[in-house]
Design a protein around this ligand. Sequence first.
Ligand code: GDP
Length: 365
Amino acid sequence: ALTAGIVGLPNVGKSTLFNAITKAGAEAANYPFCTIDPNVGIVEVPDERLQKLTELVTPKKTVPTAFEFTDIAGIVEGASKGEGLGNKFLSHIRETDAICQVVRCFADDNITHVSGKVDPLSDIEVINLELILADMESVDKRLQRVTKMAKQKDKEAMIEEPVLLKLKDAFEAGESARSVELTPEETAVVKGMHLLTIKPMLYVANVSEDEIADAANNEYVQAVRDFAEKDNAEVIVVCAKIEEEMAELDDDEKQMFLDELGIEESGLDQLIRAAYQLLGLATYFTAGVQEVRAWTFRKGMKAPQCAGVIHTDFERGFIRAETVAYDDLMAAGSMAAAKEAGKVRLEGKEYLVKDGDVMLFRFNV
Ligand code: GDP
């Protein structure tokens, strides 16, 4: 399963946020594909369409789709030098598909800051530098070989060398591979290198309880936003402490709490949604009388692969998929009406599934 790794310096609120994630957590039994590991938190992906479909179909059961966060503790300065914990930390990051970096934007005199004061940009720099140094090493190693081969007029090496030099320049300037503009051809070259700083990054600005409602005016948050823009990354504002408290409430209580605080959507829900987007994930639905359910697929997946998300047999024996767009189904008011209106399509093996498709798979066993 795809996963987003949570990183950050000590005392920035990582554990608090991860607690919120596991407390709000989904019933693991519903999600046999998810990893069972104390460092992995499974969350349900909030999606109001699922609620609407449930009202339309009135099934016995409704199951949201789920998503994994991995808690990657233990960043230390010098991680890239490959000492003990540091090495492990980097290899854990390598296994994730996106990075959520928690940044402390709350002032609280009772909580020590590792570097003595709240300074989100310097915190980001410390972490990013370790990742950049690790990537620098990968690029340097590769350059040694590629330069030799390019001299011998090796075609691929001649394409690769300038890309590597471009990355090296960025790293030397303290910039991530993510921030480097690459052509599709260059991107293809870089892809095989499994760089850390090319992974999608989401900065999670952790603000205090008092400031969450007015986060737009928080100077720390603004600084993070400015930085993220240059870094080709996104920013989500949360108050980890509030999320932890909210994770124990039911939906109605949660709504009351949010209203009281003057915020529209919980930071955790925003984080889940943003990470989902960042990973290039989308949702299709199945809507039967037994069960209405959301399923996750990667954008670009075709109908048989999407059927395979439910069960490998569905993919192997795939015949076709009866498909209706969520909006068309809601506009028609029922599946029968959607059929009558000609909105239910029979899609075959080459169909590229779209976010919001409601599907019924036909397959041979
Ligand atoms: P970690 O080391 O990054 O995992 O940080 P923790 O989650 O353990 O948080 C460090 C301390 O900061 C704890 O005492 C938390 O209660 C506190 N903390 C975390 N988030 C917030 C927050 O949003 N507001 C305030 N005031 N304190 C927080």
